[in-house]
Design a protein around this ligand. Structure first.
Ligand code: ATP
Ligand code: MG
Length: 565
């Protein structure tokens, strides 16, 4: 590999290349993506997915999907299904699907083996007492009074815990490690607890459930994972991960040199949104958004519904990269990525969100001219379509001003503007209704200025989009803005999260008009509405009632920042 290519590798790719070149784990590369099915995936998970699946794909390894379903109280098959759908939408295929719950028998046996060798015990103290005895990083913890209870007693109670004879919270199984360890995770961590609600896969079979630290690494081991990649908050858990793998290996000498290792990268945080599944669930449950796929949500299904493409998400993840330092990424970079992708893909069409009538008084009443509208100036192969031009049109209400300042290059009395793909027109007057609102605007067109004709080179400063009154169709347009008003809502610990919500994150515009070309648009189709932004068809649309979501406005507030670099 050339030096140039090497430079663009991320630090985990460098590790993987080295391991493969040294034939570690017999030259195998196996990763997993391990979501807990307790919510929908968000853009942060997409970053982990691109790493776990991406690195396996790049180096010819395999990646499995493993549901980390060890806490039945919060998990559901609804989440399992959505997770599968989102991974596939991002373009990845797993080799196998596994469930941590499939390993409950092995994990149980492992726990029993630890008890038998004096390395685990049943503690009957409350979780508060246990927490109190933990000590602090500079102060050693205190031993539990149950720490040295006989093995037989712990075995018996562990059985009872699993039979449901023990109330939830009455006892836990702890690993007997080192109450003075500088690593707090070594101070006799809890490895099993009692939960009595049914599990979405195993029902009532188990009442004792392994904790994350006692399930994750072991599941990796049972599956043959070589590189267990996760986010930085697990760095401090790594010694414990390694400890349990060491213990497991003692029980499985037949596994030879095989070993799974954990690597951590920085999690994704984005401005003006949140990534905590718990809080996202709260938004959904309290009806603050219209479900997990509300286009304002940072969930993958929300982004999909908003008009984001898988390619735009890949571009974004490539731009942010993988590091060892936590930080927060500007939402504008995500928006930049979708703009960049849709610029080359989206068909340009005309839509008027806040229409006011424009009458071309010198244009024949029953005439319709079909004007050519280029589908995408960035891609000639996308061709063009026709848009009907008639005497009565709609333009945007704010493209007209009765008393315009000098630099207003749009429509105002006496001023010429070009109507996109059509003629230059000059405003001659307007009519107001009884309340003083502009009802109709009048203009005259110059037949010699039709777009594409040689004489049409006449320069005017403004170009407006429009649709024909008779050849346009009604639509609803949903304009979205950031969900929170503060840059890092997760940081505002003293303020109630409801106060931080942006009351204007959704503005619904009814009575919009779009060109007929959109009549047969299908759910999720992406378009550029000329001069306005990128929009897609919302799945709420019905026959004859089109609804569009604004994915992102055209204006590129990010480019200034990018160009500076
Ligand atoms: P919770 O919010 O409930 O603590 P979680 O966000 O950790 O859950 P998991 O289902 O446990 O969600 O995550 C699955 C994988 O996705 C893990 O490997 C986790 O490290 C990774 N992941 C989660 N959030 C992010 C994020 N913001 N950026 C990058 N990776 C993430
Ligand atoms: Mg987690």
């Amino acid at each position: 590999m050339s030096e140039e290519n090497k430079k663009s590798l991320n630090f985990i790719e460098i590790i993987v290349e080295k391991d493969l070149s040294e034939n570690r784990n017999s030259g195998r590369l196996q990763t997993r993506f391990p979501p807990e099915p307790n919510g929908y995936l968000h853009i942060g998970h997409a970053k982990a997915i691109c790493m776990d699946f991406g690195i396996a794909k790049k180096y010819g390894g395999i990646c499995n999907l493993r549901f980390d379903d060890t806490n039945p109280s919060r998990e559901d098959t609804e989440y399992v299904d959505s997770i599968k759908e989102d991974i596939q939408w991002l373009g990845y295929r797993w080799q196998n699907i596994y469930y941590a719950s499939d390993y409950f028998p092995q994990l149980w046996d492992f726990a029993v083996a630890l008890i038998k060798s004096g390395k685990a015990y049943i503690d009957e103290q409350s979780s508060e007492e246990i927490a109190r005895q933990k000590g602090t990083p500079v102060l050693a913890g205190t031993d539990s009074p149950y720490r040295n209870r006989p093995v037989e007693e712990s075995l018996d109670l562990f059985e009872k815990m699993n039979n449901g004879e023990v109330p939830e919270g009455a006892m836990v199984l702890r690993a007997k490690m080192d109450m003075a360890s500088p690593n707090m995770h070594f101070r006799d961590p809890i490895i099993y607890r009692a939960i009595h609600c049914p599990h979405h896969r195993t029902g009532y079979k188990w009442k004792a459930y392994p904790m994350y630290d006692f399930a994750h690494g072991q599941s990796d081991y049972f599956e043959g994972v070589t590189h267990s990649i996760c986010t930085l908050e697990f760095e401090v858990h790594r010694p414990l991960y390694d400890y349990f793998i060491d213990e497991l290996k003692k029980l499985h000498p037949e596994d030879g040199d095989y070993r799974t290792r954990q690597f951590e990268f920085n999690r994704l945080n984005l401005t003006y949104t949140i990534m905590s599944k718990r809080k996202l669930l709260q938004l959904v449950q309290e009806g603050l958004v219209k479900g997990w796929d509300d286009p304002r949500m940072p969930t993958i299904c929300g982004l999909r519904r908003r008009g984001y493409t898988p390619e735009s998400i890949h571009k974004f993840i490539d731009k942010i990269g993988y590091t060892k330092y936590d930080g927060i990424i500007d939402m504008a970079l995500l928006e930049y990525s979708i703009r960049e992708d849709l610029n080359i893909k989206a068909k340009r069409v005309s839509a008027v969100i806040d229409p006011v009538k424009l009458i071309i008084t010198n244009y024949p009443e029953n005439q319709t001219e079909m004007m050519e509208s280029i589908n995408n100036p960035e891609d000639e192969s996308m061709g063009s379509h026709e848009i009907a031009f008639t005497r009565e049109l709609y333009i945007e209400r704010d493209d007209f001003m009765e008393e315009a300042p000098k630099k207003f290059f749009r429509m105002t009395q006496g001023q010429e503007v070009r109507l996109k793909n059509a003629y230059i027109v000059k405003c001659t007057g307007f009519k107001k209704d009884t309340e003083g609102n502009i009802e109709e605007i009048y203009a005259e067109y110059d037949p010699a200025t039709k777009s594409g004709m040689p004489e049409s080179n006449r320069k005017v400063k403004g170009t407006l989009h429009w649709v024909s009154v008779s050849h346009s169709i009604p639509a609803e347009v949903r304009l979205y803005d950031r969900l929170f008003t503060v840059e890092n809502p997760g940081d505002e610990k003293d303020r109630d999260f409801h106060e931080l919500l942006n009351p204007d994150s959704l503005i619904v515009k009814t009575g919009c008009r779009v060109e007929k070309e959109l009549e047969n648009a299908k759910a999720l189709d992406n378009f550029q509405f000329q001069r306005l932004g990128y929009f897609n068809v919302d799945p709420d649309s019905e026959n004859g009632k089109l609804i569009f979501n604004r994915t992102v406005p055209l204006k590129d507030s990010w480019s200034k920042i990018v160009n500076k670099n």
